[in-house]
Structures are given as structure tokens and as C-alpha cells.
Design a protein around this ligand. Structure first.
Ligand code: NDP
Length: 488
């Protein structure tokens, strides 16, 4: 597979390649060019040229193109989903919903653009008025992770294109293929060549050039908090706009009046979907002590039904961990918790099933009595292991839920609406789901508090992060005399 610059599938300037492997089998899926700084510069130039054309297109045309993008992507959902499963590992059903979620984002912003309203506001002194206009920023660098390579590209590209910007996308080096395939489809939609370029290559080279390139106006990034800090540092040199969606350690609180059957399903969905590799996976589960035993009994039954396997098999519920390195990271967090006295409720570990030996598989682990200073409580655990904590009441749950540097998502389960609001208002997180698993929706703004990042993606708010705001102040005819100099 080649990378995409100015609408052309192209090699990098060096002849080097990156090997993309299937996490379920270890087999080679394909290679992509190992791009360098010169490739990024070419892509940025292409995006700058495309910006001149695209930013001048009326909103109604940008809206039509976005609808067309959604249509062509949906038409290819089966092929794209297979491609995503091969390189990322997630089950085919999850891959299809991810591709559809890319299309949803395009449709949402197609609907929004062209329906925006503004205001004409008189000055408080009555001498005139001001209006506020919005302008696209220019070339945006989208730096993507491997856990949701396609939907997270949509979270950036859909609002960004809607607002009139153009893109240089840098996919994760382990999941570049489906992003290139999606971007290549855009040629059929009326989008100018060069409006969305995809440059493959290491973060330390391609990513760094995007950060440093003076023609890039903004960086939209999803990934590790440490990488986010590096991007902030680099972007400071040219005061680039930033949206940073970083790690999370999301708490789920189950109160004594919760619907336990639904909460058990939500905990399983929230922790084990995408093999636990979601920024808003349930990463810490807080149970009221009066319901803890009953909850844990049902949860264990549920967890034991999860079938781990190759994402291409219809019978698979949970695919492999994305890389060997990630698997070892999760295993070391489980070992650390055990060494601090955690009780093993569901053992998990590497499966012994024939046919899974060469993949990065892990069976779900559930731990109780976890020391709050264990790594699994303090750091982001990006894999199928869940620590459970027992709390006596809402106040203890809130205090412990907030005892983390992260603040991305959170959820609370209760039938008491006052309690739900009380918790939602006090949890330091960008989103609190009430009686719901952690589901992102195109119309709802998404982003973090604290070290989970800043800026918002999705929703009306997501569009704002792709604009400069310009104020035009007008003095009414005859009112200017007051401003004669000198001031007396
Ligand atoms: P990274 O943050 O390293 O990778 C995300 C993206 O950033 C990739 O495209 C990567 O490129 C790129 N990148 C890496 N270094 C730089 C750099 N110096 N400048 C610019 N871009 C760079 O995450 P990892 O893949 O290493 O995952 C590590 C941990 O991060 C996970 O265990 C998890 O805890 C967290 N994570 C959180 C995500 C979330 O959704 N919030 C998503 C993914 C990971 P390349 O692939 O070439 O290295």
C-alpha cells in the first residue's frame, strides 16, 4: 500500500517501508512507505494549495461533498472493515461500526454546516455594533492512534473539512492501511486533490515534521498523554492551535439502587470492547458494598462467556491486544497489582487454545481488593483487565473516582435522578454517562479534563476548534467624533 499525497498513491522519497502485521496471527498484512520529512513537506504544500480552493467553496457545496464521502465509505464498509480487522485486530462487527461511525461524523457535520447562525450585537455604549465571523484555520495535521484509526480520523477530518480546512493525516505506524483506503475513496467525492493527504512513517520523524512545519496551523491529536505533552511543547514554537485527546482512567460507579443486570452488561461492554483499548474504556469499577457480591457474581459469569479469537471469525467477541508490547504492559500491570495483594477474581492471561499461539491474545482478568497505589489504579490500563473497588457511599466513590490525573469519561448507575446529577456534577471528567455504557455520539462534544487533554471533538463545539474567530466592530455613522485624539 502506498501513501496518499495530492490525490496520488505514492512511495516515500526514501525506498524504506514499514511492515504492518496482523495482531491475531503475526503475519504480514502489507507494507507502507516509511515517509520522511520531505514527504510531509510535499503533503503540506498540497494541502495548502487545496485550502485555497476548498476554503472558498460555499458551505452548501462542502456539505454535499461530506454527504458524498459518507456514501462512498458506507458503500465499501465490508472491504474496509475487513482491512481494519486485519491490521488492528478488532472483531469484524466492531470494525463495521467503526467505518460507519466515520460516515456518521461526515453526515453530522454535513447537516450542521450551512445551518449556522450568528448574532449582530450592539455595543453596550450604543455607538455601533459588532459581528463575529468564523474562518477556517488552514492546514491541519491529524495525528492518529491505532485503537480507532478510522473513526478518530472522522472526528477530525469531518468537522475540519466542513469548516473549510485541509489535512495532512499521520496514521499510527501499526494501523495505516485502512486510513489510506478511506482517504483514497475521497477522490470520488468532489473534494480537491490534496485536501486530505495521508503520510505514513514514524511519529519521531513524520509526526515531528508536522509539529514543526510552519505552514501547519493546527494539530489534532489522539494518543498517549506523554506524546500530547511533547506535541504541546513542539507546537509552542509556532503557536499552533491544538486539540489533544489523551489517555483516561475512567471510573464506573454502581450505586446500591442500580439496575444490576444492565450495569453488568455495560461494565463488560465498557471494559472489553476493542479488547479494552479505548480511551473511554471502563478502567476502574466502584461498587457500593451492599451490591458488590451480587454484581461480582453476575459479572464473573458474563466475563467467562467472552470468546477470545481472531477478529475475522464470526464467533469472536474479543480480538487480540494490538501489539506484543501493549500485551506485556497489561500483563505487568496485573502482576504489579497481584504483588500488592490484589485478589484474582477472574484469572485471565494468555489463552492456551490452538490457533491463538502466534497472536497477542489475552483472556479478560478481573481483580478485587486492589491497592490504590497499584499501577492499574494509577495509570491508563489499555487492555482487558479490570480492577474492582468497593465503596461505602456516593461521597467515597466520587472522591476515589477523582483521585487520578486523568479526566476523560466516567459513568454512574443509579435510578435516583438527584444522585445521578450529584455525581455527574462532581466527577472531574469531560463526560459522565448516566445508566449508559461509554458510547460516543457525533452530536455530543467529547474531550477531557485535567491530563486527559483539552479542546472538544464532535458536536457543535467540535466545529469551533477548526475556526479562527474574527470580530468586526462597526461605529455607526456620526458616532466617531467621540474618539478624536487626544483624550480629554
Ligand atoms: P502514541 O501517543 O505514541 O501514538 C499515537 C500517535 O502519535 C501515533 O500516530 C504515533 O506514531 C504518534 N507519535 C508518536 N510519537 C510522536 C511524536 N514525537 N510526535 C508526533 N507524533 C508522535 O501512543 P502509543 O501507540 O505508543 O500507545 C501508548 C499508550 O497510549 C497506550 O498504552 C495507551 O495507554 C495510550 N493511548 C491512548 C489512546 C487514546 O485513545 N487516548 C490511543 C492510543 C494510545 P507512531 O505510531 O509512528 O509511533
Amino acid at each position: 500500500m502506498k501513501m496518499l499525497i495530492e490525490g496520488q498513491l505514492t512511495e516515500s522519497q526514501s525506498a524504506d517501508v514499514i511492515r504492518v502485521s496482523n495482531p491475531a496471527t503475526g503475519e504480514l498484512v502489507d507494507t507502507v512507505p516509511k515517509g520522511g520529512r520531505e514527504d510531509v513537506k510535499r503533503a503540506v504544500d498540497a494541502a495548502s494549495e487545496a485550502f485555497k480552493v476548498w476554503s472558498e467553496r460555499p458551505a452548501i457545496e462542502r456539505s454535499r461533498v461530506l454527504l458524498k464521502i459518507a456514501e462512498v465509505v458506507r458503500a465499501d464498509v465490508a472491504d474496509l472493515a475487513r482491512s481494519l480487522t486485519l491490521e488492528q485486530g478488532k472483531p469484524l462487527g466492531e470494525s463495521s461500526s467503526e467505518i460507519n461511525s466515520f460516515a456518521n461524523s461526515c453526515e453530522y457535520y454535513a447537516g450542521l454546516i450551512g445551518r449556522q447562525r450568528g448574532a449582530h450585537t450592539p455595543f453596550s455604549t450604543g455607538e455601533g455594533f459588532f459581528i463575529v465571523t468564523k474562518r477556517p484555520l488552514g492546514v491541519v495535521g491529524a495525528i492518529l492512534p491505532w485503537n480507532f484509526p478510522v473513526s478518530l480520523m472522522g472526528w477530525k477530518v469531518a468537522p475540519g473539512l466542513a469548516a473549510g480546512n485541509t489535512f495532512v493525516v499521520k496514521p499510527a505506524s501499526t494501523t495505516p492501511i485502512t486510513d489510506i483506503k478511506v482517504a483514497a475513496l475521497l477522490a470520488k467525492t468532489g473534494l480537491p486533490a490534496g485536501a486530505v493527504n495521508v503520510v505514513t512513517g514514524p511519529g519521531s520523524v513524520v509526526g515531528e515534521e508536522i509539529i514543526e512545519n510552519p505552514k501547519v496551523a493546527k494539530i489534532a491529536f489522539t494518543g498517549e498523554t506523554a506524546t500530547g505533552k511533547r506535541i504541546m511543547e513542539g507546537a509552542a514554537k509556532s503557536i499552533k492551535r491544538l486539540t489533544l485527546e489523551l489517555g483516561g482512567s475512567d471510573p464506573m460507579i454502581v450505586c446500591d439502587d442500580a439496575d444490576l443486570e444492565l450495569a453488568v452488561e455495560a461494565a463488560a461492554w465498557g471494559r472489553f470492547r476493542n479488547c479494552g483499548q479505548s480511551c473511554t474504556s471502563v478502567k476502574r469499577l466502584f461498587l457500593f458494598d451492599s451490591v458488590a457480591d451480587e454484581f461480582v457474581r453476575s459479572f464473573v459469569e458474563k466475563v467467562k462467556t467472552i470468546r477470545v479469537g481472531n477478529g475475522l471469525e464470526k464467533t469472536t467477541h474479543m480480538g487480540p491486544v494490538h501489539t506484543q508490547e501493549q500485551r506485556e504492559k497489561v500483563e505487568s500491570m496485573v502482576e504489579d497489582a497481584k504483588s500488592r495483594g490484589a485478589k484474582v477474581i477472574v484469572k485471565g492471561g494468555r489463552p492456551m487454545n490452538k490457533g491463538l499461539e502466534r497472536g497477542n491474545f489475552l483472556v479478560p482478568t478481573v481483580l478485587g481488593d486492589v491497592d490504590y497505589d497499584a499501577k492499574i489504579s494509577r495509570e491508563e490500563c489499555f487492555g482487558p483487565a479490570l480492577p474492582i473497588f468497593v465503596v461505602k457511599d456516593v461521597e467515597e466513590a466520587i472522591q476515589r473516582a477523582n483521585d487520578t490525573p486523568f479526566g476523560l469519561g466516567s459513568s454512574v448507575w443509579t435510578k435516583d435522578v438527584e444522585k445521578a446529577y450529584h455525581v455527574a456534577e462532581r466527577i472531574e471528567a469531560g463526560t459522565t454517562w448516566v445508566n449508559s455504557p461509554p458510547i460516543a455520539r457525533a452530536e455530543v462534544p467529547f474531550g477531557g479534563f485535567k491530563q486527559s487533554g483539552f479542546g472538544r471533538e464532535l458536536g457543535i463545539e467540535g466545529l469551533d476548534y477548526y475556526y479562527e474567530t474574527k470580530s468586526i466592530q462597526v461605529l455607526e455613522y456620526g458616532k466617531g467624533k467621540k474618539w478624536a485624539f487626544p483624550i480629554n
